[in-house]
Design a protein around this ligand. Structure first.
Ligand SMILES: NC(=O)c1ccc[n+]([C@@H]2O[C@H](COP(=O)([O-])OP(=O)(O)OC[C@H]3O[C@@H](n4cnc5c(N)ncnc54)[C@H](O)[C@@H]3O)[C@@H](O)[C@H]2O)c1
Length: 306
């Protein structure tokens, strides 16, 4: 597929794009800063400017095919990751403005360009725990896509609004539009650097509901979304199978979630941020669990026991 990817120069995009290219996709990256990866065209575009975004969908990006004519465009799908990725980077209202306006502009322009598959980055923060004022508990565990989304902060509010925007555009167009509620993205170099701290002090991971998504496994999820057909509007949690700490799930529940209803029996090392839907409906199968990257303090998982 020929994919227009927004925000590909960021933490997630720089791993997702190579994964998509390995699957044979052709990727053009719309971002304020270049990704600079060989084989990926960077088109500097501000997603908050509707004119730039609409223009980007039609712009010629490949100068080597000028002789053939035909101009630009011709995308099969859009993956929209560009955003201010959390509170605390710019004033709250600017985070909200960039994310909400940018997402409206990208989806509207994509549909006007005749694109029938759009994948947008939503967030775990929509569930209201990550950036909550005070210690917020989930309504129930594991957190699945039906859990209420009533966050306190402007970043998560922008993602809730973006999901509503996506849903309405889907209803109007009949296109396939999926929102990925991505958990905390972990890049390959972060396992050795950060996970020992998570094992020593698991409470660090409380606001992420102890979950994570490997950046390369996120690539697999995006690719599965691109290959799926006729799903309409759908929200998917994006997370790996196990918590990002070494503790058994039952111990995490006992220590951190006293009084929170647990709706079903959980596996010994099952994530509390359910990825059951993406596994069941799109066939996600993680390839990069943390215990292949860093030693398990319990010694139960790891390369030796594979
Ligand atoms: N990193 C995480 O743990 C995480 C978790 C959940 C959801 N997400 C979401 O996933 C997506 C990617 O996150 P990330 O961690 O790679 O973020 P990032 O900040 O590393 O990358 C975002 C990219 O968007 C670009 N961008 C920002 N404003 C723009 C604008 N106005 N026009 C064009 N480009 C603009 C930035 O230049 C950057 O390259 C975001 O939508 C984020 O909200 C990330």
């Amino acid at each position: 597929m020929k994919i227009l990817f927004t925000g590909g120069s960021g933490k997630a995009g720089r791993h997702v794009i190579p994964y998509l290219r390995m699957q044979g996709h052709h990727v053009v990256n719309l971002d304020l800063v270049p990704l600079g990866q060989e084989g990926v065209v960077d088109l500097k575009t501000d997603i908050t400017d509707a004119g730039q975004v609409a223009g980007a969908f039609a712009s010629r990006v490949d100068l080597t095919t000028l002789d053939e004519g035909g101009g630009g465009g011709g995308y099969d799908a859009v993956v929209h990751f560009a955003a201010v990725p959390r509170i605390g980077l710019v004033p709250d209202v600017e985070c909200y403005r960039v994310n909400v306006l940018g997402t409206y502009n990208v989806i509207e322009a994509a549909l006007r360009a005749g694109i029938r598959k759009i994948v947008i980055a939503s967030s775990e923060t929509t569930y209201g725990i990550c950036f909550a004022e005070g210690r917020m508990q989930p309504d129930y565990l594991p957190i699945d896509e039906d859990h209420p989304t009533v966050p306190h902060d402007s970043y998560a509010m922008s993602k809730v609004v973006n999901e509503a925007t996506a849903r309405s555009f889907q209803a109007r167009s009949g296109a396939d539009i999926y929102a990925l509620r991505i958990n905390n993205v972990i890049e390959p170099h972060e396992y050795a650097r950060d996970f020992p701290d998570y094992f020593a002090e698991p409470d660090i991971r409380r606001r992420n509901i102890f979950a994570y998504i490997d950046a390369r496994d996120l690539g697999q999820i995006v690719d599965l979304c691109l290959k799926a057909e006729g799903v309409g509007y759908r929200v998917f949690n994006a997370a790996n199978d196990a918590p990002s700490v070494h503790l058994p799930t039952a111990e995490i529940v006992e220590r951190w979630y006293s009084g929170v209803p647990v709706r079903r029996e959980l596996g010994r090392f099952e994530t509390l941020y359910s990825n059951a839907r993406i596994r069941k409906e799109l066939g996600f199968a993680e390839r990069h669990p943390w215990w292949r990257e860093v030693a398990d303090p319990l010694g139960e998982r790891g390369q030796a026991s594979e």
